[in-house]
Design a protein around this ligand. Structure first.
Ligand SMILES: CC(C)(COP(=O)(O)OP(=O)(O)OC[C@H]1O[C@@H](n2cnc3c(N)ncnc32)[C@H](O)[C@@H]1OP(=O)(O)O)[C@@H](O)C(=O)NCCC(=O)NCCS
Length: 181
């Protein structure tokens, strides 16, 4: 898949670059991101962060699209949004926001923009979003981004503390009403 970049008002969503690695290192060490977006494996150091951005910048398999969410004005890294498991018209979406950028609708706007692009350009039909029931901020992001709640998955995912948590499954269909943010 070819790289693209997307704009959403004052946000620029663009492919990851090597120079993002120091900010990614800090983000992945944030306790909330470490808990709800666990990376598994080795502790997050410079090398792990660099491998992370390089893996995310490689869209060649067609199985994922990963974007850095940045401020359009000065390029500051604000967060991450990505589609995974892209296959047969389906995908799942994940995200995090840097601690200093939270509460400004960064996650909601990034999720809405990437989802719209997935429906129009990738021609996907269904995108799923899962979050731990114990993570209400993420539930709010899902609701605000138009992802309808479809049910609860019991002890379905092992998060950063090693425990399995119940998750809410949300999803948006290409045929659902459009969300404006
Ligand atoms: C969840 C997360 C992505 C939200 O990012 P954000 O950019 O601050 O989100 P937004 O500003 O777009 O929207 C947040 C919404 O959640 C609400 N919210 C924030 N913390 C909350 C909490 N503890 N309980 C309930 N709602 C909460 C906000 O009020 C806002 O709702 P509003 O628009 O009605 O005011 C961010 O907190 C984060 O990165 N957390 C750690 C990692 C994580 O949880 N990733 C998602 C894994 S599924």
């Amino acid at each position: 898949m070819e790289h693209v970049q997307l704009t959403a008002a004052d946000l620029l969503l663009r492919p990851w670059r090597d120079e993002d690695a120091p900010a990614v290192r800090a983000a992945l060490r944030d306790p909330a991101i470490a808990q709800w977006n666990p990376q598994g494996g080795d502790p997050i150091d410079d090398e792990v962060a660099l491998l992370w951005v390089r893996r995310r910048a490689d869209w060649s398999t067609g199985g994922h699209v990963s974007m850095a969410v940045t401020a359009a004005t000065d390029g500051e890294l604000l967060g991450s949004v990505s589609l995974h498991h892209i296959r047969d018209g389906d995908a799942s979406i994940g995200y995090w926001t840097m601690p200093a950028a939270r509460g400004r609708q960064v996650a909601v706007r990034a999720v809405v923009r990437l989802t719209d692009w997935a429906f129009t350009d990738l021609r996907l039909h269904r995108v799923e979003l899962c979050h731990a029931v114990a993570n209400p901020a993420s539930c709010r992001v899902a609701d605000r981004a138009g992802y309808a709640a479809e049910g609860t998955l019991r002890e379905s995912y092992r998060y950063g503390d090693g425990r399995r948590y119940d998750e809410h499954l949300h999803a948006r269909l290409a045929t659902d009403p459009q969300i404006t943010r």
